[in-house]
Design a protein around this ligand. Structure first.
Ligand code: F6R
Length: 594
């Protein structure tokens, strides 16, 4: 969790650039924020609690600095616990992303050495360790960063700003960090470093990836080195195919709405995969001894959908396991097992941990990822990029349907029906385009108004629409804070039906498929106990109190189509209830802690 950023140039003020970088990284954490710059050879630090804005933090001077936006883990939300954290001598400032698992032991040692801690965070041990190694033990900063990276346990990335030597050094071990470069001559050069590309995308789309186990020195052109032995590492400058507009809200009030609307194009882009690569991976799936789809949260629901896609389209069994539970399956992993990891960020700690279990067992790993250059792309045997573009709202929408698109393509490829699958998905993108018109959206807002003061909302589906019911519940809960639960239609009568009372909203996900009659029967069962039934369906039905129309005859693809109106419904439930839909409480976009 948390977003970190750094900036260096010869002539520009760092603060406005870092402020904008933090606004662009705010989706990673939004409890508090802070900056450190070097001005007249001295460290200047400013911090504030709450949403990022310059009105809450005085401008500070300096052409080099670091910044941080926090999602609290160790220590409550307070200015004191906000980053950057300084050492006792006020020479070093540190911004950190990750969790230092052995921080207690390090903190006790540093206190016994006379260091004075000002916060309750794990991060502060880094500033004091650096101070100890540089000032007391006489190491240079690079060596100290290497030794600190070795000492701290867990997945971490940090940047140290040194006011004495006018330089900053960053270390990556498990948490993401990317360098951006603008300008070619030394005088014009600007160097950015951040947890994610959108932090600096408006300045440059030229990047250099820092790999795990590497560090970088920035006080001019970046110098990359190995954390293990300090040896230099050569890097390629890569041009990212994202425009700054893609990471902006544009005319929309919220990123979430913008990203829902973008699904017209994002599904088409996701479907535009290289057929040869799809066939190669399909062959791996067909020959594998066990296939596991793993992911967390919404991505886990995509994995669960994949079980249905492979069964329906290819008659092939694949397993779905929430990545956080994957350890339980380690005994079933052999080199011929295939693990398919699904993730928007490519940085989710539980998924990375599951991948390392698979690697230990010699299993092959394929990833389905959105974030370019993310950790997962670097630890997989092959990665399908879903090309959804930056997804900034914390609640995943366009990435979800793009991940489903790639899973569907793989299922079609396994069945030897790739061309048919590609055609179907392109025509599905056309249906989404027609569906997302202003009248449709207005109708969904009207449906939301009818149920916005509910205590609980239930969503039911069968077959491919069962995982969609589960995902729909996640969307409603996270952005509206209304309790929502998804069920397989057939499971309701085995317990949850006890919760249905007069007016309880139940959303039924219906498609033109062979479970249509059964799910309608389940809708009748709840209706006869007083439920207010909202049907998402190609045709209206007398059991529905309100109806949201979907295009007919989509078969297995109805899962993607049915999810989109619920995403919109969740959005409007959030808006009507005055929620911060882009940044719901307690959540962060990339969960980089276990
Ligand atoms: C919910 C949501 C989360 C993520 C989960 C995994 O809308 O976005 O449940 O799906 O945290 O994140 P990624 O896909 O980045 O691995």
């Amino acid at each position: 969790m948390c977003g970190i950023a750094g900036y260096w140039s010869f002539g520009n003020e760092a603060f406005p650039i870092l402020l904008k970088a933090l606004e662009n990284l705010e989706y990673r954490g939004y409890d508090s924020f802070g900056f450190a710059t070097i001005s007249d050879g001295k460290l200047v630090i400013r911090k504030a609690v709450g949403r990022i804005s310059n009105s809450r933090c005085d401008l500070i001077e300096g052409r080099m600095g670091i910044a941080h936006t926090r999602w609290a883990t160790h220590g409550g939300v307070s200015e004191r616990n906000s980053h950057p954290h300084r050492d006792c001598t006020n020479r070093f400032a540190v911004a950190h992303n990750g969790i230092i698992e052995n921080y207690q032991e390090l903190r006790n040692y540093l206190i016994s050495e006379g260091h004075n801690f000002l916060s309750e965070t794990d991060t502060e041990v880094i500033s004091h360790l650096i101070e100890q190694m540089v000032i007391k033990d006489g190491r240079n900063l690079k060596k100290a960063v290497m030794d600190v990276s070795d000492k701290i346990e867990g997945r971490n990335a940090f940047i140290v700003l040194d006011a004495f030597n006018n330089e900053m050094i960053a270390s990556r071990k498990g948490s993401p960090l990317i360098v951006g470069i603008k300008g070619s001559s030394d005088e014009e050069k600007e160097v950015f470093i951040a947890s994610d590309i959108p932090a600096f995308l408006e300045h440059t789309n030229k990047v250099m990836y820092i790999d795990d186990g590497e560090g970088v020195i920035i006080n001019g052109s970046p110098l990359f080195f190995r954390l293990s032995d300090g040896l230099p590492v050569d890097k390629r400058l890569i041009t990212i195919d994202w425009s700054p507009g893609q990471a902006e809200k544009g005319d929309y009030d919220h990123y979430m709405l913008k990203e829902i609307m973008e699904q017209k194009e994002s599904i088409r882009r996701a479907a535009n995969q290289n057929p040869e690569e799809l066939m190669k991976v399909a062959q791996m799936i067909n020959e594998a001894k066990g296939v596991f789809f793993i992911g967390c949260g919404t991505a886990a629901k995509v994995c669960q959908s994949a079980e249905y896609f492979f069964s329906e389209i290819a008659g092939r069994h694949v397993n779905f396991v929430p990545a956080s539970e994957f350890d339980n399956y380690r005994h079933f992993l052999i080199p011929k097992t295939l693990v398919i990891a699904v993730s928007q960020s490519g940085e989710t700690a539980d998924v990375l941990e599951a991948i390392s279990i698979a690697r230990e067992k010699g299993s092959k790993v394929i990833s389905i990822v959105n974030s370019i250059g993310s950790s997962m792309t670097r630890v997989s045997d092959y990665t399908f990029m879903i090309n959804a573009g930056p997804e900034k709202a914390v609640a995943s929408t366009k990435a979800t349907t793009s991940q489903m698109t790639v899973a569907l393509l793989l299922a079609y490829a396994c069945a030897g029906k790739l061309k048919e699958g590609m055609r179907n998905l392109v025509s599905l993108a056309g249906e989404v385009n027609d569906m997302l018109n202003p009248r449709y959206i207005e109708h969904i807002r009207y449906v939301a108004e009818n149920i916005s003061d509910s205590r609980s909302i239930f969503i039911i589906g069968r077959g491919v629409n069962y995982p969609i019911a589960l995902e729909s519940a996640i969307k409603v809960m996270e952005v509206s804070y209304i309790h929502a639960q998804g069920f397989a239609g057939g499971e309701l009568k085995h317990g949850p039906i006890a919760l249905i009372e007069k007016g309880t909203p139940v959303i039924a996900l219906v498609a033109d498929d062979d479970v249509r009659e059964e799910i309608l029967s389940n809708a009748i069962e709840v209706k006869s106990r007083g439920a207010f039934v909202i049907g998402i369906s190609p045709e209206n039905n007398e059991v529905f109190d309100l109806w949201i129309r979907t295009p007919p005859s989509l078969g297995v693809l109805s899962s993607i189509i049915n999810l989109i109106p619920v995403q919109l419904l969740a959005y409007y439930l959030g808006i009507i209830n005055n929620r911060n839909v882009d940044m719901p409480r307690n959540l962060a976009k990339a969960v980089t802690v276990l």
